[in-house]
Design a protein around this ligand. Sequence first.
Ligand code: NAD
Length: 388
Amino acid sequence: MIPSLGLGRRLRLGMVGGGATSLIGDSHRVASRMDDRYALVAGAFDIDPAQGRSFAADVGVAPDRAYDTYQAMLEGEAKRDDRCDLVAICTPNSTHYPIARAFVEAGFSVVCEKPLTTSVADAVALVNAVKERGVLFAVMYGYTGFPLVREARAMVAAGELGTIRVVHTEFAHGGYAAATATGDAPPTWRLDPAIQGPSFALGDIGTHALFLASYITGQQASEVAADLHSFVPGRALEDNAHVMLRFDSGARGTLWASGVAAGVIHGHRIRVFGEKAGLEWHQSRPNELLLLPRTGRPTVIERDTRGLSPLSLHRQRVGAGHANGYFESWANIYSDIADVLAARLMGRAPEPLALHFPTVLDGARGVKFIDAAMASAARNGAWVSCAW
Ligand code: NAD
């Protein structure tokens, strides 16, 4: 059971982008509604205003809160006593910064898609704006809501693996393996630098892999050495990235992000090795965490079973043995945000276990990582600082 927010109402969610034809809008809507903590009340859902209004009607948003542009939404919502408590930004990458900055400066809390921005300068400006306005700002690295990813974090923090030595993190799929402009994927802005930003593999999925590693180990990468390559002729952006990582603690790591891992459907996984044991988790089998002790038998840890940490157990909707997946992971992030927003609205301290959603700083670190990896690749793989 998920405990009540104690607010006496649902939080009011607004959305920019995420319209009828979008890939990711549904994930935000399903995840935000799973625990009944949000009502979708406003939106500028589509770059095409007519499509956006029609979609708003389909999802039950009142006509006076179905806006043609994000600027109109900002103006309209800012005037209302019942303004949105949270604005989800689900638009293509190059639009994140202007939209997020405008809402933050008007005092709205935001959950933004990744990558946070397409330049380090914009990421720095956004971090500063969030600090100045004191709003909540989350970034949708949705995979760190999985209960067993959280268990892995708790196990590392409790010293069960000993000092962390080696991390291998990857997000490598085959969606762009075909030798055509868009691979096997439908035509999209993803390979267009003007919208995607300066990197495809790292920008689209590599920052998920980086954040998963930072979240589980509790450590930040401080230097990178990268080899970025495009296998398909004519692509302006890399479709494969190998990055070596040095963590601030002294641990070493590798990150592989790819769109040309032919045959792989999703391909997000991580392996972490300490002096006493290793851990392995694969997003396609999210209810199993493999523990590899240096001595003794390997163990498969299952979700919601005896002896797991409070961090892993505190957001369970169905017991062990029932499939728990992607939407639940995202819902955990949305519910963490809800707990913290409600606590702010009621002037009380948030539940510490809710402080596990990725923040603007986590998003900004991802942008810095991309920039450093590109600088490294341009210097034939030299080590470059990515410290924030
Ligand atoms: P998409 O092109 O499928 O959809 C984008 C939506 O935004 C469309 O509805 C479009 O009409 C709308 N839009 C575009 N510009 C707009 C504007 N200025 N105002 C209002 N609406 C606008 O894109 P997508 O694949 O859904 O990706 C959107 C974002 O989500 C990207 O930043 C992407 O990197 C991110 N994403 C994240 C994950 C994740 O796992 N967190 C997964 C997929 C995509």
